[in-house]
Design a protein around this ligand. Structure first.
Ligand code: MRU
Length: 352
């Protein structure tokens, strides 16, 4: 698509680098003050990196897992793809188990299985080509969605985003943050607000840093300031990513997204979900069927490694929630936009 938009000018950060020998992951646990990479030389190292949030964000973990399959193939010496698939299956299962909620992980592994199933003696080259295609297609999808989503936003608007959905969470450009990049460049977005995203602080540590790298001004808010911000009239859209979008449009995303959608509806602020079609899961009928990842309650006991909570206190730490389709104004994907999502509209765009 010809947009006239200088993509590279607004997109400098890359979380995943395939060296031909190893998978280098920008360590997102250390940002923004330390730029360090973790080199993964086998698929179990990739699974551990996904589980421990070295790499995070739904599309990025799918891409990392695809490269994990390429690394797993290193030790396998068989004649064709079907045999390789059987030998690699345990490694694929371990990658798949690293995180449960984002469907992009299972989607990428299913794609790698399909590539293997049809492959002959050249199966090794084919899996490597498939991993690269998954990454390249993600970047292209993000750029396309950026333009589609930005077009929905009236010039001069303010937006609020949540978590990190940017280049750090994808092959590049980002999903919701891609819309924000395109919207800023096109003069449609005048103000960007980012919520901190307790407890892991993807917004505070990653999103505002990533935007700063690209010269985009953003204002950080405490998650608990969102309703108050909406009441001031400073934002017209909440723009977020997704970890899984169900057949009826219900959407799982970072914990706190649901309360933003409720507050947005109350204040007449519109609510946009931006995700590649690899995040759409027509096999999951609705949000009740999504497994919500629970992480260590220890994430709630302190900030930056400093304990802030008395010993002996219980904590509950679900890290995703589900926004019902009825609170979503638009789901933006590279295949097109679904407004006021419902099962029929979702099927019409994604079932083909
Ligand atoms: O736990 P995380 O940081 O992996 O959660 C990420 C999110 O919830 C993102 O909003 C989502 O994956 C979309 S990323 C383009």
């Amino acid at each position: 698509m010809e947009t006239g938009f200088d993509f590279d000018r607004y997109d400098h950060v890359r979380p995943i680098l395939w060296t031909g020998d190893a998978l280098e992951l920008l360590d997102q646990r250390k940002l923004p003050f330390r730029i360090e990479h973790v080199a993964c030389h086998d698929s179990d190292a990739v699974a551990a990196a996904i589980r421990d949030l070295v790499v995070r964000g739904a599309p990025a973990i799918g891409i990392a897992a695809a490269w994990g399959v390429v690394l797993a193939a290193r030790g396998v010496d068989v004649a064709d793809g079907a045999e390789a698939a059987a030998r690699l299956e345990p490694a694929l299962q371990r990658l798949n188990a690293a995180r449960p909620t984002a469907v992009n992980l299972a989607w990428a592994l299913a794609r790698m299985r399909r590539a293997l199933a049809g492959a002959g003696a050249d199966w090794r080259e084919l899996v490597e080509r498939e991993a690269k295609a998954i990454a390249d297609e993600d970047l292209a999808a993000n750029r396309h969605m950026g333009a589609l989503g930005a077009a929905l936003i009236e010039p001069g608007s303010g937006v609020l985003t949540h978590c990190n959905t940017g280049s750090l969470a994808t092959a590049g450009f980002g999903t919701a943050l891609g819309v924000i990049r395109a919207g800023m460049a096109g003069g449609r977005i005048a103000r960007v607000f980012a919520g901190e995203t307790r407890p892991w602080l993807q917004g505070a540590r990653l999103t505002v840093w990533e935007l700063q790298q690209d010269g985009i001004d953003a204002t950080l808010i405490a998650d608990s300031a969102a309703s108050h911000l909406m009441k001031t009239g400073a934002v017209q859209w909440v723009v977020v990513g997704a970890d899984r979008i169900c057949a009826n449009g219900d959407t799982a995303n970072k914990i706190g997204t649901y309360q933003l959608a409720i507050a947005a509806r109350h204040h007449g602020v519109r609510f946009m979900v931006v995700a590649p079609s690899s995040t759409v899961d027509l096999d999951t009928p609705d949000g009740d069927a999504i497994e919500i990842e629970q992480r260590d309650p220890g994430e709630l006991y302190g900030v930056g490694g400093v304990r802030t909570v008395a010993e002996g206190v219980a904590a509950w730490n679900p890290v995703f929630d589900v926004t019902p389709a009825s609170l979503i104004d638009a789901i933006v994907t590279e295949k097109g936009v679904v407004t006021a999502p419902d099962p029929a509209r979702m099927r019409a765009l994604f079932a083909a």
